[in-house]
Design a protein around this ligand. Structure first.
Ligand code: CP
Length: 305
């Protein structure tokens, strides 16, 4: 595999090796890469932590960062995504990081370009580097992923984080359960739905999702006022979690909606640790793609390990 666009495309072995690599980088750092590389960060949707942690990851690896703001670029003159990406490839970008509101865009670019493409979130499709940093955070907590019971809670239908994590965690042997109000269930994911109360009482990880207001129609917006009480992580529910269980959320957090604001930095919360791990996870992905000259596959891991 020459790109990092979907958790679907990675084997259990590849996933685990990436988790271990990112865990190692988070603990011991990593030397900058020896060759000169240029990273192009094409963000067509707002982002704080994904974009900034990609930039920090690139700078730590000694990569020249080609930043791009679509509203100050020739996108405003009507240039297509393909022509924009081909332009970056032509001027010497070594890889492209793409965030876009349309599903499957990263995969399409990967098919069209000869440089690695990294998916930084494509519509309701996938967000594989978010998933990798989530896997690393869980691994650091429990020293394993297999056998853990993990609840993905909230706006499952519109969440690319839910999709990537459900796929990856299932591949790694975790017991994935979902929890959502009826309108936001995604029946394409083959995992059981539990009530929020059953989920918080029985799971090792309670992974909350941001309500994706920007992907909703008017009808679903009206549910949010009573959401915390009916479907979110309240102070009362947190008290019923297992002693060792942890709380996760990809952020940005709608405080007081998916989670009581007081729980965002509580003892069980790993929300800011997830963000910290985002740098190491992205360093692991970028360096794996570049060090192999684009050849990032099971063979590579077998040879090295
Ligand atoms: N978790 C996440 O993707 O956050 P940003 O939208 O701020 O990048």
């Amino acid at each position: 595999m020459n790109h990092f666009v979907s958790m679907q495309q990675l084997s259990e072995y590849e996933l685990l090796q990436l988790v271990k690599k990112a865990d190692g980088i988070s603990k011991s750092g990593m030397k900058p890469l020896k060759e000169q590389y240029f990273g192009a960060n094409l963000f067509y949707e707002p982002s704080t932590r994904t974009k900034m942690s990609f930039i920090v990851a690139q700078k730590k690896l000694g990569i020249e960062v080609l930043d791009f703001m679509s509203d100050q670029s020739s996108v405003k003159k009507g240039e297509s995504l393909y022509d924009t990406a081909r332009t970056f490839e032509s001027i010497g970008a070594s890889f492209i990081v793409i965030r876009h509101p349309a599903e499957n865009v990263a995969k399409q670019l990967a098919d069209q370009l000869s440089i690695p493409v990294i998916n930084a979130g494509d519509g309701t499709g996938e967000h594989p580097t978010q998933s990798l940093l989530d896997l690393v955070t869980i691994y650091q907590e429990f020293q394993r992923l297999s056998g853990l019971k993990i609840a993905i809670v909230g706006d499952v239908k519109h969440s690319r984080v839910a999709r990537s994590n459900a796929i990856a965690l299932n591949k790694l042997g975790a017991n994935v359960v979902l929890c959502s109000m009826d309108d936001w269930k995604d029946e394409s994911l083959p995992f059981p739905y539990l009530s929020i109360d059953e989920a918080v009482e029985t799971c090792d990880v309670v992974m909350l999702l941001r309500i994706q207001h920007e992907r909703h129609d008017q009808k679903t917006l009206m549910h949010t006022s009573s959401y915390l009480k009916e479907y979110g992580l309240t102070l009362e529910r947190e008290k019923k979690m297992k002693d060792h269980a942890i709380i996760m959320h990809p952020a940005p957090v709608n405080r007081g909606v998916e989670i009581d604001s007081a729980l965002v930095e509580c003892e069980k919360s790993r929300i800011f640790k997830q963000m910290k791990n985002g740098v190491a996870a992205r360093m692991a992905v970028i360096s794996s793609l570049l060090e192999q000259g684009g050849k990032y596959n099971e063979n590579h891991f077998n040879k090295r390990n």
